[in-house]
Structure formats: C-alpha cells, structure tokens
Design a protein around this ligand. Structure first.
Ligand code: F6R
Length: 359
C-alpha cells in the first residue's frame, strides 16, 4: 500500500502533484473558476468571510485570508475553532462562515459550524471526506479530493485545501467584479502551474536528507516568513514538532525584533522562507538581523543568499503561490527526514490521533 515509499507520509508528499490535478478537475476553465457545488445565492449579499478550523487546516485558512482580501476584496478573518466557540463571537448575517477540515469530524470545528448556523449565517465546508459530520451540516461543501490521508501529519490535505481556497478567492473576485481580466488570467495561469511546482526534485530531497544530519541537533527552530509565507512558516514548524518532537515556532519575520530575536545564537536554527516574488527585500533584512546575532540560517528560496549557512533551492517561478507550494514540499521533506534520523514513527507520532473528535 505504500507503493515502494518508506512511509505513508512520504507517499502522500509525493502524491501532491497528482491530487492537485484531481482537485482542480472541472473547476478551472479558460477564463473562470467553476464550482458546481456552490449556488450563487451562497455568496449573494456577503460582505465578510469568517474562517474557522484547527491545526494544519487553520494554517490553510490563514493563508486564504491574505488571498480573499487581496483577490476578492472581501474582509476575511480566521479563528482557531476552539477559541471561537467560547469567546461569545459577534456574528452578522452578511458573513459567509467557512470551515476547513480534512476529516470533517474535528469536534471544535463542527461545533463552531453549528454555532454559525444557529446564528443564521450561510456556511460552507472545505473538506476531504464526503458524508462526514461537517458536510452533512454545512449549507454547501467543496471537496478537496486529496484521497485518503493516512499519515497523521497532514500533507496533501493542506495542499488541496489551499488550492481550493485560492480558487475560491478568484471565484469571489470574479463574481464581485473586482478582478481585472489580465489579473484573473495571470492567476489562472499560475494555478495551472501548481501541479508542476509540486513535482519533487531528487536534488531537493537529497538536500533535506543531508541537512537532517545536523538539524536533528538543533535546540530550537524558528520558521519565519511574511504574508502567506507566515502561515506556511507556522505549518513548517507544526510539521517539525509533530513528527520530530523538536521545539519549533513559526513567526512572522517582521515580529522577530519584538522579542524572539533575543534567543538568537548558533544553536538556534532559523528556517527563512524567502520568495522572490513577494516582499523579498523585507524578509532579507529580517534575516540579516538574525544572522548578525549568530543564528544559523537555512534559507528556502529561488535565490542564493550570501548570509545563509544552508540553502534549499526552489525553482524560479513568476508567482508567489508557486513558490509557496515549492517551499511547502521542502518543509515537509525536511521534517520527515529529521524524524527518520531520530528514529521516530513518522506515520504515527506519539500522543497524536488522526482525527480529534473530542474537544
Ligand atoms: C497536523 C494535523 C492536525 C489537523 C487538525 C485538524 O498535521 O493533521 O493539526 O490538521 O487536527 O484536523 P481536520 O483538518 O481533520 O479538522
């Protein structure tokens, strides 16, 4: 069943290019995004989007909040479902409530969805499992079509969620008439390139294996990024924590100087997400500050950066979301290889379950 791969997680990392093709099938035409599962009435009168999710699914939601505001010009905020439930949230009926869940069964996310429904909001679930509790509860469902995900650490579910959310941001943008046709065309072009960006280069995998030898000795890791690369940094840190049991934090790069930089020393590994197509100079100066304080820097970027101690090269592309997916692969492989070297159970890390059905 592992088809020659060592772990389900490895198989699922390698499957991402193909499952993304399934995810986009019939949803991407020459000049628009099609979602047969959404009735136009679902987005009529909507002025705001609220997203709720847990764990990795929360990270795809956070990524989407940048895309919704940028591409659909809709206000969007994202909450961790277990926080949302008890904060006595103020909900207005012009808000579309989106929940994201691989399993469709996560207790906190399901309860958040029920609360929104009870408050009269329209709801949409982005889910990998048809006929799950969430798909039965929400007004509408978009399936991610990632196939069964066995590794406890989520990989292809996150990727397909992010692709669906990016498509949804474009769908909204077009429906609201806020996307020029040139912009839409260039976004659609980039979307079509996603499967290619997820094809794994042997040299990248080898590089992560080599780095894992030293990185398993890290005393702490900061994953840093800006914009959508901030949620990606959170996701990279979560993957490392889950399967390697090493302490890792994801941080917005611009926040490091507001406290965490005090931790910088050679035993602190900084994994810097440095896209060429978005805020490169800004992140570069954040990394320079860390390097000046002796943190060991590993940059993931299409561009070699002279202050990096280590460098994982991704392909040059012309869209930041393509860089996002290339970096995601590097992060997934790096955490898996560190976990392998530590002798951990990659597919079934300690203390974790695939589906969290208790709050
Ligand atoms: C991390 C991971 C978890 C889940 C979280 C939500 O790799 O798998 O953080 O993302 O438990 O699960 P779903 O998406 O099924 O609601």
């Amino acid at each position: 069943q592992k088809d020659g791969f060592r772990f389900f997680m490895e198989k699922e990392i390698y499957e991402q290019s193909d499952v993304v093709v399934d995810c986009m099938l019939g949803r991407l035409s020459d000049d628009e995004i099609l979602f047969d599962e959404i009735d136009k009435s679902l987005i009529k009168g909507i002025n705001e989007i609220k997203i709720c999710a847990c764990g990795t699914s929360y990270h795809s939601g956070l990524t989407a909040s940048y895309l919704f505001e940028r591409l659909s010009k809709v206000k969007c905020n994202v909450e961790i479902a277990s926080e949302f439930r008890y904060k006595e949230p103020l909900l207005t009926k012009d808000t579309l409530f989106i929940v994201i869940s691989q399993s469709g069964e996560t207790a906190d996310t399901l309860e958040a969805l029920k609360m929104a429904k009870a408050a009269g909001l329209k709801s949409l679930v982005i889910c990998n499992v048809d006929n799950s509790s969430m798909t039965r509860t929400a007004d509408a469902t978009i399936l991610t079509r990632a196939g069964i995900e066995k590794g406890v650490a989520s990989t292809k579910a996150f990727t397909t969620q992010t692709v669906v959310l990016w498509m949804l941001a474009l769908y909204f943008g077009k429906a609201k008439n806020v996307l020029g046709s040139d912009k839409l065309q260039s976004e659609l072009h980039a979307l079509r390139e996603v499967p290619k960006s997820l094809i794994i280069d042997d040299s990248m995998h080898e590089k992560t294996k080599r780095l894992s030898k030293r990185y398993l000795h890290g005393h702490g890791f900061f994953f840093i990024g800006r914009d959508v690369f901030f949620p990606l940094a959170l996701e990279g840190a979560l993957k490392l924590k889950e399967i390697s049991y090493l302490h890792a934090e994801g941080y917005p790069a611009g926040e490091m100087k507001h406290g965490p930089i005090a931790l910088a020393d050679p035993e602190l590994f900084t994994i810097a997400l440095m896209p060429q197509n978005l805020l490169y100079d800004k992140i570069k100066s954040n990394v320079e500050e860390l390097s000046a304080r002796d943190s060991t820097i590993c940059s993931i970027s299409p561009l070699d950066f002279d202050l990096s101690d280590d460098f994982i090269k991704i392909n040059e592309t012309d869209h930041y979301m393509l860089e996002f997916f290339e970096m995601l692969i590097a992060l997934q492989l790096l955490s898996m290889e560190i976990s392998v070297r530590l002798g951990n159970d990659v597919d079934m890390p300690r203390n974790l379950a695939k589906s969290v059905t208790v709050e």
